[in-house]
Design a protein around this ligand. Structure first.
Ligand code: PBG
Length: 338
């Protein structure tokens, strides 16, 4: 075909000295110029833990995820560690008889959560345990804070959170991660940990945690949905970005060692703004609903689940996440191994 043969009214082939496609010509060039790389080391695996032994209870909206008894959790943690994953973030799924309005069970030294932390640390001392600090798994109200006359009390909740954090540190947790969004909790927890001698236990703060519909499958997994109302008086409005910076700066002033944005994919702009503004590591939580969306579409044959999963993780990293909490950590690590 001649350069000007198609139609006399269009120009011939252009002279294009600059051709971005050159850098995409083959696999080796694409690998050479790739800006973002994933590594299992930046993954943290969230897991749901139940009482009992040999328990693997499927979670309907999270295909491939289970509520695991401690022995099974340790097995999964060994696999994760073997694949180079840096940390595990357990969440306790408790029966209703263990829940009350003041989250009493959350500080039980022999409670499910404390036993989980102990067993994980004794089996795998090098695998980081990042424990969750919030009332919801233990609360009969299903809220992250104390409820009184339909209000979520802030300052009264701080004491409970601090006791919970100390109890987790005593059990061996490496990093406590307050996910409750009460004001002042990071400083309060830092003081409590330090007073008890846990100066080396870190705080990964869920600083910019949005009131999101994407937590649905998680709440099903823990049976922790609020009994009344919603979480909008403490979790952030999805419409706000600048406010996330305010939350992050406060948490850093109060002593947060790392900060988190949650959910991940719908908030890539927030991750980027925070990454550009702070000097501490930034985490993104690729939450249950994000996981469920990809799994459900893949099950229906509507998209390539594996490729979508890799793309989602690359996007979080590209946006500025130094680490990613992800239910796909093991699958992703296997894919990265090739
Ligand atoms: C609550 C908590 C939630 C998640 C982690 N910690 C849910 C909520 O705030 O209701 C959600 C994680 C996910 O959806 O994967 N402290």
């Amino acid at each position: 075909m001649n350069s000007s043969s198609l139609n006399d009214n269009i120009p011939g082939f252009p002279n294009l000295p600059i051709r971005p496609r050159r850098n995409r010509r083959n696999k080796a060039i694409r690998a050479l110029v790739r800006e973002t790389r994933l590594s299992p080391e930046s993954f943290i695996l969230p897991v749901f833990v139940v009482d009992g032994e040999n328990q693997r209870i499927p979670i309907a909206a999270m295909p491939g995820c289970y509520r695991l008894s401690i022995d099974e959790t340790v097995k999964l943690a060994k696999e994760a560690h073997g694949l180079g994953i840096s940390g595990i973030a357990p969440f306790p799924a408790l029966t209703d008889d263990k829940k009350d309005s003041i989250a009493t069970e959350s500080t039980n030294p022999d409670g499910l959560y404390q036993r989980t932390i102990k067993e994980l640390k004794s089996a795998l001392p090098e695998l980081l345990v990042i424990s969750d600090v919030a009332m919801d798994p233990y609360s009969s109200d299903g809220h992250d804070g104390l409820v009184e006359d339909g209000q979520i009390l802030n300052d009264e909740t701080l004491e409970i959170l601090a006791c919970m954090a100390v109890s987790q540190a005593e059990a061996g947790s490496d990093i406590v991660a307050p996910s409750d969004m009460m004001d002042g909790r990071v400083g309060y927890i830092r003081d409590a940990l330090d007073l008890d001698g846990f100066t080396d236990v870190g705080i990964l703060s869920y600083s910019a945690k949005y009131a999101s519909a994407f937590y649905g499958p998680f709440r099903d997994a823990l049976d922790s949905a609020p009994k009344a109302g919603d979480k909008k008086t403490y979790q952030m409005d999805p419409a706000n970005g600048t406010e996330a910076l305010r939350e992050v700066f406060l948490d850093i002033e109060e002593g947060a060692d790392m900060v988190m944005v949650k959910p991940g994919l719908p908030y890539l702009d927030v991750i980027r703004r925070i990454k550009d503004a702070v000097e501490v590591p930034v985490a993104a939580y690729h939450v249950s609903g994000e996981y469920a969306m990809i799994k459900a579409a893949a099950e229906k044959g509507w998209l390539d689940g594996k490729a979508a999963m890799v793309e989602a993780h690359i996007a979080l990293k590209r946006a500025g996440a130094d680490m990613i909490l992800t239910y796909s950590a093991i699958d992703m690590a296997k894919i990265l191994q090739g």
